[in-house]
Write a protein that binds this ligand. Structure first.
Ligand SMILES: Cc1ncc(COP(=O)(O)O)c(C=O)c1O
Length: 365
């Protein structure tokens, strides 16, 4: 689509296609003339928010006339204690996307290279393009990160290398030793981002918590979010854990009040509600099992997932299947934009929602 102002815009914007979020259910239902649809399209937590979060937010509503604490003091202190780091190394974001974007603005510019894997999370190229950086896309291996290939693509121009663990939209993950060896091999002049948006869902003993490696790697940034297992996607709270000097640079581009008061209060309450987190993770485990069993029964292939979603391989154009599922009121996510036109990503829902998805898929196929 042509744009009459493109020549006046920052150079990276010419090839940038904005992120397309899933439509709200209400709009979709109006468009398709359907009712009682279910949304398994945005890797959201199906449990509903923690009652402790709702209570904390309700109690702080009278503060709406005040600006939020721009330094997010209480939240950053709690996060620092959680990760065993200094609060000076915690940078909060309006969702972790905001922090990813700050990283690109600080460490990438025209002439610098941004390195990530094929099928990696869409925000890495978007934020990199916005600042005019050159994209370096390493080929994937079995839908996941090929760290050897990524290592071979590091150049003196590489500014940032991004690794999602687990990755969205494929659900693949990297075990401790493999990822640690990669981080060790990256020169300190390159920023390594390990995006742990789905960390809480991974139950494997060999899965790394990269926030524990910061003392060894000053060039490492680990990002986390409250949008997934903590169930607060609407509030928009994420953060990074890094060397304080990196946090200092991120804070130079951070908008002063990027995390609002309700989000700060809600995230703090969520952090204290371990029972909710345990329930969310158990629900996800059971849901993943239910989806895998159902797909096995239908003979539909999928990529093993460590996240709160499963990406299925329809071995034919997924767009048509997606449309047919929509007409049955089941919203999933086609991922042709990731270069996977035969795959459909389905987020884990409640047991009844997973069952409805499986029934609808059987009907469509
Ligand atoms: C890998 C990955 N990183 C980061 C995010 C950003 O999430 P948020 O901005 O809600 O924290 C997502 C969201 O889907 C994701 O899949």
């Amino acid at each position: 689509m042509s744009n009459r102002f493109i020549a006046q815009a920052a150079s990276g914007l010419a090839r940038l296609k904005p992120y397309t979020p899933g439509k709200p259910l209400s709009e979709l239902e109006r468009e398709l003339g359907i009712k009682n649809s279910i949304k398994l399209a945005s890797n959201e937590n199906p449990l509903g928010p923690s009652p402790r979060v709702v209570a904390a937010i309700s109690a702080s509503l009278q503060e709406l006339t005040r600006y939020p604490d721009g330094g997010a003091y209480a939240l950053r202190s709690a996060l620092a204690a959680r990760h065993g780091v200094s609060a000076a190394g915690i940078t909060v974001g309006n969702g972790s996307n905001d922090v990813l974007d700050m990283i690109a603005r600080v460490f990438l510019w025209q002439g610098r290279e941004s390195l990530f894997s094929e099928f990696a999370f869409a925000v890495y190229p978007l934020s990199s393009m916005a600042v005019g950086a050159t994209l370096q896309v390493a080929p994937a291996r079995h839908y996941g990160h090929d760290l050897e290939a990524m290592r071979a693509m590091l150049t003196p121009q590489t500014g940032v290398v991004w690794v999602a663990n687990p990755n969205n939209p494929t659900g693949t993950r990297l075990p401790h030793d493999e990822l640690r060896a990669f981080v060790e091999a990256v020169p300190e002049s390159v920023i390594v981002v390990i995006d742990e948006a789905y960390f809480e869902y991974v139950g494997h003993d060999d899965h790394p918590d990269a926030s524990q490696w910061l003392a060894d790697f000053p060039n490492l940034i680990v990002t986390r979010t409250f949008s997934k297992a903590y169930g607060l996607a609407a509030l928009r709270v994420g953060y990074s854990i890094s060397h304080p000097d990196i946090a200092d640079l991120l804070n130079r581009v951070r908008q002063p009040f990027n995390v609002d008061s309700l989000a700060q209060v809600g995230a703090l309450a969520a952090l204290e509600d371990q029972a909710y987190l345990d329930e969310a993770v158990a629900l996800n485990d059971a849901g993943l099992r239910q989806l895998r069993d159902g797909l096995d029964r239908l003979g539909v292939a999928y990529i093993p997932s460590a996240g709160n979603f499963l990406t299925i391989d329809l071995q034919r154009d997924a767009a048509a299947v997606d449309q047919a599922l929509l007409r049955l009121g089941v919203v999933t996510r086609p991922i042709a934009n990731y270069g996977l036109p035969n795959h459909l990503r389905v987020s884990v829902g409640l047991a009844s929602e997973n069952a409805r998805f499986l029934d609808a898929l059987e009907e469509v196929l």
